[in-house]
Ligand binder design. Structure first.
Ligand code: PMV
Length: 289
């Protein structure tokens, strides 16, 4: 029996714009998914196309048990974390000898297949390797870890990444003269943020600007706006939608002393708050009996 875990992620900057080749920055966060795989003649496992694909790719069969600290369909990368942890646990349980890079590649192929071609390698890369990652076109580069203090606010409004990406694509086709400059501006904010990575106040300001641009793309939601405003009013340096928007989650960058207050303000708006920071480990072995 092998148990592995893999972390979720947030987009710090640049979601949607990354789909059009602009830079984006994503970070692994502490909440994780734990997956146990056991060799078995009569395998039992949760009904999940991601898990089925993991076994198909690896060419073996086994039982699976999942425990998750990440809510699905909230933009925190839970499907990528499940896929990565499942592949790692299968690899370990059956002694298949795949390297970490193979796992990240396989996980991306699986996400892409299950999501009918609409997946960027960001979630699976970040979940496998942990840390902060700069995405630019097809390139992924790990950045030095930063002790950013974040509060994630889950609106509890489920969203569909595919639908939101499609919506921005349609708007761009209809109004390229407006949408292209917005995407360029998001790219510029991401670069500015990279230069201010050690200055939380400035980074917070960049988050606020990034959020305004996401709203302009139409991926806002009344509930996420409420949580963002509450987080700022209770002392966050800045706050923004994270991921595809249209519900899902927001992130607030906070001074350490304000984290609990910000989390309380989010909960008072009926959001679910998670106080978290960077995960630098990525996929991790928990147990092998
Ligand atoms: O909602 P999430 O966490 O899956 O993020 C989607 C981010 C997008 O930029 C909108 C799409 C993508 O594949 O990068």
């Amino acid at each position: 029996m092998a148990t592995w875990s893999a972390p979720g992620k947030v987009f710090l900057f640049g979601e949607h714009a990354v789909v059009y080749g602009k830079p984006g920055v994503a970070m692994a966060i502490k909440p994780r998914v734990f997956v146990t795989v056991r060799k078995s003649r009569n395998p039992t496992r949760p009904r999940s196309p991601y898990i089925n694909e993991c076994f198909k790719r690896m060419g073996v069969w086994g039982s699976v048990y999942i425990r998750s600290q990440l809510q699905s369909s909230s933009g925190l990368g839970s499907s990528a974390a499940v896929t990565v942890a499942t592949l790692c646990a299968i690899n370990d349980e059956f002694g298949l000898g795949h390297a970490r890079e193979d796992i990240a590649d396989m996980a991306f192929t699986i996400e892409k297949k299950v999501q009918r071609g609409r997946a960027s390698p960001t979630d699976t890369y970040v979940s496998t390797n942990g840390g902060i990652v700069l995405i630019s076109g097809d390139a992924r580069r790990r950045l030095p870890p930063q002790g950013l203090q974040l509060v994630v606010g889950n609106t509890m409004v489920p969203h569909s990444t595919t639908k939101m990406v499609e919506m921005v694509g349609d708007l761009r086709a209809k109004r390229p003269e407006i949408v292209d400059p917005i995407l360029d501006a998001i790219g510029a904010v991401t670069f500015a943020a990279l230069h201010s990575i050690h200055n939380p106040k400035e980074l917070g300001r960049c988050m606020d600007m990034n959020n305004a641009l996401l709203e302009a793309l139409g991926v806002g939601h009344p509930t996420s706006s409420r949580l963002i405003l509450a987080a700022r009013a209770s002392g966050a340096y800045g706050a923004k939608i994270t991921g595809a928007g249209g519900g899902g989650c927001i992130i607030a960058l906070c001074p350490k002393r304000a984290k609990n207050r910000v989390a309380g303000a989010i909960e008072a708006c009926n959001g679910r708050a998670i106080i978290t920071t960077i995960d630098t480990v990525g996929a991790r072995k928990e147990k092998h009996d």
